[in-house]
Design a protein around this ligand. Structure first.
Ligand SMILES: C[S@@+](CC[C@H](N)C(=O)[O-])C[C@H]1O[C@@H](n2cnc3c(N)ncnc32)[C@H](O)[C@@H]1O
Length: 373
């Protein structure tokens, strides 16, 4: 008998999908969303970066938002300052994602239900959500930079899965580590897919870490709703297989008994740290340079200490352009790298490119191999 929930055609907005996935209960609906993400990433037509007229218009969108956005500094009751951005067009949309742009420090925004704000963008990969998208969903969550975030996520997930399943097919165990992983959705999809393919759960270990403990709680909350994954939860971090989520600052990442890892991801974090860049937001905006330390080399030293020789690291570039300047209007500051900059940075910690890479408008995703001492 067919499952009526899987075949549900009722509209599902991205923000609703996000709150279902990371909220309490709604197990069937959460599974349906995970099914949709897996279907799109592993079986669907390849998600492509935006091209054509929408890409051409990104320069105009940047110009318009830059002209119409105002920055205000307010003071909290504890005396600390906070920034909000005012933009009448975005405010009128009433779309809750705009809070991440307009009120960057507001952790009470409903969106935070999904942890990392990027999760709202990932929801657009789910075919039912994409079909239900309304105009503001498309403008905000499927813009040029947002589509690139989706493409980056899809490649991170596919590459992690491919590297892991290569080992499993040889009967070897695989240990995956995702640094600064937000709620770890990419690794969750990889593990779900590997288990659905019938791989032995005892051979699969995944450690999902992020500085924010709220993200790790969300990771466990979602895993507990997935029938195949829920039996693999490791809350103590002491198991030899299963999924462990922990709050960890990347700069203090301690080696675990299980290190080194075979597949390591460092995605969506290097662009906040200097070192081997070709530009920074600060240079462009004539602001003080970002602190020299800690930098990208410091991160990679730690990552290298947890990656086995001959094993793999997945990382991303971040290129400067009108799409990234839109985020600068809302106070975001980045360190920009092209593939050659990322490779030079990776080489400082003994990582060499394997030749596998994928490019979007803003990001490239590249696989590196750790060389011997
Ligand atoms: C842009 S998000 C990317 C999350 C995830 N990798 C993805 O691609 O969806 C950046 C993440 O880095 C985390 N983060 C920031 N600084 C960190 C640090 N020093 N150590 C660990 N995580 C950090 C944040 O909490 C946030 O979840």
């Amino acid at each position: 008998m067919s499952d009526p929930i899987r075949r549900s055609e009722e509209p599902l907005s991205p923000m609703k999908a996000l709150s279902i996935l990371y909220g309490e209960g709604e197990e069937d609906a959460s599974r349906e969303i995970v099914d949709g993400l897996i279907q799109q990433i592993f079986e669907g037509p390849e998600r492509k970066p935006l091209a054509g007229i929408r890409r051409k218009l990104v320069g105009f969108v940047f110009w318009f938002l830059n002209k119409t956005t105002r920055k205000e500094i307010h003071t909290r009751t504890d005396g600390n300052p906070y920034t909000i951005f005012r933009n009448r067009v975005l405010e009128r949309s009433t779309h809750s994602y705009t809070k991440t742009l307009l009120r960057p420090g507001d952790t009470t925004a409903g969106l935070v239900e999904g942890g990392n704000p990027m999760n709202a963008i990932y929801m657009m990969l789910c075919p039912r959500v994409a079909r239900s998208a309304r105009i503001w969903d498309t403008l905000l969550l499927d813009s040029v930079p947002s589509r690139d975030v989706q493409v980056r996520f899809a490649w991170e997930t596919r590459l992690t899965h491919e590297l892991a399943s290569r080992r499993l097919k040889r009967g070897e165990p695989v240990r995956i580590k995702a640094f600064a992983a937000g709620t770890g959705l990419s690794v969750i999809l990889v593990c779900e897919r590997l288990l659905r393919e019938g791989h032995d759960p005892k051979l699969i270990r995944a450690v999902i870490s992020d500085r924010d403990p709220a993200h790790s709680s969300k990771t466990f909350q979602l895993i507990a709703k997935m029938p195949l994954l829920r039996d693999q939860i490791d809350r103590s971090g002491e198991a030899t297989h299963g999924i462990f989520a922990k709050a960890e600052d990347i700069f203090q990442a301690a080696a675990l008994a299980e290190t080194p890892f075979h597949v390591v991801t460092v995605v969506g974090i290097m662009e906040y740290f200097p070192g081997h860049t070709y530009a920074t937001s600060a240079e462009r905006l004539n602001e003080p340079a970002p602190a020299a330390k800690p930098n990208g080399e410091d991160i990679l030293k730690i990552v290298a200490s947890q990656t086995g020789t001959g094993n793999h690291l997945i990382m991303n570039t971040h290129r400067e352009g009108p799409a990234t300047r839109i985020l600068e209007v809302f106070g975001k500051r980045f360190c920009y790298r092209r593939p050659e900059n990322l490779r030079a940075l990776a080489a400082t910690a003994g990582f060499l490119p394997t030749g596998t890479s994928f490019s979007g408008n803003v990001y490239d995703v590249e696989v590196f191999e750790k060389q011997g001492a």
